[in-house]
Design a protein around this ligand. Sequence first.
Ligand SMILES: [Zn+2]
Length: 319
Amino acid sequence: MTGEWGDLITNDRGLRDRPSIAAIGERRTVHPPPAPPSGMVRNDRDAAIVALIDRDIERAANTYTRAAHATVAGLENEGENRDLLGADARWAGHALSYLLLSAACYRVGGAPDRGTARCQEGIALAGDLRDAVLTDPFDRACCVEFVADFEAVGGLDSADTGGGADGGEDAAPGGSEGGEGNGNGNASGDDYDRAIAAYEAVSNGSTDPMSWATSPMAEAARRGSQQIARNTPHAFAWDDLHGSNPDSIAYLTHRSRCKRSQLPLSIEHATDEGYVHPPRGTTEHNNATWRCPNCGHSEVNRIAGEVICLDCSVRMERA
Ligand SMILES: [Zn+2]
């Protein structure tokens, strides 16, 4: 506990985290920390990933919650130095994504009520972004996709959350009937139907589905779900999510169909396993320098400054 940066990243439990307010108060002079050496935790998103690698699901859930709020606040991650409740709202999907991951971790960690709370929070934020902040019609439709994701991950019925009623009716701008859904009153499936209808309603042939699929809102709505499904039998890749025709609106509506079939099973599997895997970072196949102490393979995943097994998410050892 002697180094300037060491004070900042080590607390009394030995966890890499932010200093407590009390710890800050004890410092006689506060200088900005030097840039951390590569590999050190820089933000709550990375800290949440480290918590997952540490197999501390509750800490991961709490830290993903902080990451979501700090992102909305413009303090870190994709929100850093951006106005996510204003001109830069297209990046706010990443805050939703961190809430989704937080909810998944709470549920997997045996705290489903806290997971429900995060899902309700995410549904409320998605509704606000759609109704009052976002202007791009596809971004607004994406908020409906997020509502369905929260209901799938939370195992919620739209009747419990209000997500079905509020999440889709006004999703399509211009007063179209796109948000009507199928009206069958089912749970999450119904809200994915609403998302499909919302995308179809704003498709007028003038927007390139591929371009939007790589935009910030779409990326955010892909990442969290994909991480929850990762390394489960229900994992899905880019092409699984979007289908094969980037010139068609089906490229976007397929997202909801894929998620409806994969995400509920993914969260069930993760809950049975008691684990949510970290995301895929920079990967190397058959790197003989590293060996997984669990499975013995040399498949490397570099993420959040850690070197972990691509398959087990266990820290690798030097061979
Ligand atoms: Zn392994």
